[in-house]
Each structure stands twice: as C-alpha cells, then as structure tokens.
Ligand binder design. Sequence first.
Ligand SMILES: [Fe+2]
Ligand SMILES: [Fe+2]
Length: 492
Amino acid sequence: MSTDSRTGAAPAPTGPLNRVDYSQRIPNNVGLAGDRRLQRALEGWQPKFLDWWRQLGPALPTKDVYLRTAVAVGRDGWAHFAHVPMDEYRWGIFLAERDPDRKVHFGKHKGEPAWQEVPGEHRAALMRLIVVQGDTEPASVEQQRVLGDTAPSIYDLRNLFQVNVEEGRHLWAMVYLLHAYFGREGREEAEQLLKRNSGDLNAPRILGAFNEATTDWLQFFMFTYFTDRDGKYQLGTLKESAFDPLARTCQFMLKEEAHHMFVGTTGVERILERTAELMREHGTADVFPYGGISLDVIQRYLNFQYSVSMDLFGSEQSTNAGNYFTAGLKGRWMETRREDDHVLLGVTRELRHVEGGEIRTRTVPLLSALNLDLRDEYAADCAGGVRRWNRVLAAAGVPDRLHLPHEGFNRKVGVYAGHHVTPHGEVVDETTWRAGADAWLPTPEDRERVAALMIPEYEYGKFAGWIAPPRTGINDQPVEFDYVHLADEGLV
Ligand SMILES: [Fe+2]
Ligand SMILES: [Fe+2]
C-alpha cells in the first residue's frame, strides 16, 4: 500500500529495458531528476491536476480499481496491472525510445535529422497543435464523469476508469511538452488546459465534439469507437513529426489508445449480440420492452457520433494543414509507408463538395487537402468496425445491417456545412431534412428510452440486460473478477 498519500504505490517494474523511473514523485523515462527547473515546474502543476481529477474526474466513489500502469516503453511487457486507488494512479511522462538516427521523412526538411528542440519559426504552430491535442484528453474525462453511476457491469466500470486515467496521462504527456519546450507561454497553456471544461459556456473545450455530454453507455461505446479513433489518427500524424519529442510522445500514447478503441468496438458488439438475441426471441425489432436497445436507435447513435467525429478533422481544404506538412510538423497517416515523394508538390486529388444542390467532384492540390486525406483513412477504418458489427447480426440470423452515414451527413465543418445531406448522400432542402431528422439522429425520446435501461449492475460477473458479457476478462482475469471495489460496497 501507499505510504505517500500524494502519489500512491509504485508498481514493481518487471518490464524490459527503458524502464520508467517510479522512485520519483512524477514517474518518467525522460530523466526528469536531471532537470531541476523542469521537475519543479511539473511538480507545481501536479497538485492542480489532482484537484481537477477530484473535481471533474469519475464521480462514483471507489476504493480501488484494477488498472494498468505503464512500467516500460519497449515492445513487450510494458504494462503492470494492480488494484490502485484511482487518485493514487501514477500518472507519468513516458516517451517511446529515441532513435538517434531518426530523420525527417517528409516536407521541405526531408532527409535532415529530426529536431530535438523547437525551431523558432515553428514554435507558435507546434504549441497550437500540442494545445489542441492536449485539450481533448481531459475533456473526455469530464464528458464521462457520471457514467460510473450507471455501469452495466464491474468489468465495464473498470474499462471506463482505465480509459479515464489514461486520458489523464495523455494530458500529462502534452503538459510535459509544453513545460519542457515552450517556456513561460507553455506553462500558461498548461494551466489553461485545466481551466477550460467540457460544455462550460464561458470556457469550453476547443473542439465541438468534446463539449457534447456523454449521456449513457451506448454513447460512451460509440464515443470510444468513433471519437477516440479520431484521436488515434491525429496522434498518427503527430507521431510522424520532425519534432522528435512530440513524435515519441505520440507513439507511446497510441499504444494506450488501442485499448480505448477495443472498449468501443467490443462494447457495441456486445450490445448488438444482446439486441439480436432479443429480436429473435420475441420476433420484433422493438426490443425496448424486453430490456434491449433497438437497432434503429443504435444506428441513430452511430450516425450522430460518426458525423461529429468527422468534423474533428477540420475543413477538407486547409492551407494550415498543407503548411504543417511542408514544414515537417505533422505528417500523413503512415507517412513512411506511402509510396510517393513525401513532398507532394504538384500532386492532386479529388474532392467532393456540394454545388447546385448536388454532390460534385473537383480536383485540388493534395497539399491543400491533407485533412481530407486523413479523414478518408479514418472513414475506411470505421467501415471495418461496422463490418465486424454486422457479422454479429448475420451470425444471429438478423437480416438488418448497420451502415456508416454519408460523409456529408450532419456536418458542421467543411464543404458540407450549411447543406443538408441525408445518410444516403442525397442533398435535400431544409423541409425534407426536418422531416427526416428524427429517423436519422437520436431523438430526445430515443435518449430517454436508452437512459431508462441504464441501471447499474455492480455484482461481480453480472451484466445489465441490454448488453452481452465479454468472452474474456482483462489481463487473463476471469470476467467475474473483482475489477473494482466500490467505496460503499460493504453497505450493499
Ligand atoms: Fe487520449
Ligand atoms: Fe483515448
């Protein structure tokens, strides 16, 4: 057990090389002890982070949670699992290992050594990229704050908390970069990351999707599937950055991020399993009376979360995105694996847009359309998950299928903003849109029906009636393992 009430128990590291130093107040593998100024600055930020966590982190009181903590950044055995009181979680600073020969892969600096310091000319742009990424991390914790009150099982509750502590760690990752490389301005931005709050009218989070409340577990699973996946793609572009500390930070974050998307993929899958079962058992599509979530409502939640996540990629055409690429700040998804010159001068691509009431295509310079390039990669990845979900329906003998809506559906950002596009990709007028909207987006009634099912199930190994149990537990533990000890479980 912990002897230090501020920072909690250190897990015993058993991982391979490039260990994380857990003897420090802030666990890290960046040699923080050798930089007193930086260490002091971060130790000054730490209590503010903990205040934020206690105020806006998970609301459900718990004794401890079976959590994974990073102990090394190498390929294998990087994580340690143990029951930890959540506010004693060892949030730390972990960068992937440094490749001393790493070169810039793209843009005008292609072939030059990667940067270990921030070049003056790119300082403002790099800081902005880090702040925008950093802002999303605590935002999702705030959005998911009350979900613990209605968890469908202790297994799911644990996964929610794992995602939450790791989003907190991602905030640490960005704050480290701000403190270490951007001086006083960086420290001020780090303070602001705790002062903006999701949905706050006066000081909202920077991006729209991070100000929407996560109202129920169906939305949480859709969020971790679609919105955490946006995070994966954004981190994927920053992982290519010529600014090496940013690239290495994002590389390690991606490792943690995989679990967040696993939660979304399998969460929706398990809901579909249960829905399909109830549909067959009762011979009806409306399974709400039997304690399940109807497919049409699942589709509307999907439509919503996909469309707001598509907006996170920004405008299809963006001079900034092109400039970031050329400068070496942000690459494309899988940049090093692309078979082109990685400079892209004179390269073009097609861009769909709305003109004269229909969707048309025009040719634009690829450099101006890199947000779209990334969004297309994301959309293809999302389609893969939907295929996986549909296999569950097929296996259960249910003929209905889920679909990704058209890229122009319900968009507030970019070429489709201001137009009305149906999920099938038809451009329609305002009246038609209004008439159809209830069939395409979750209605208040849908949300109420889902909310009515959100009754917590805190008995080990038991699951709420609207979701099937997972096939396996976490870290080889059984499904019925005591993943979470609630604060008041002695009274239940
Ligand atoms: Fe994250
Ligand atoms: Fe995430």
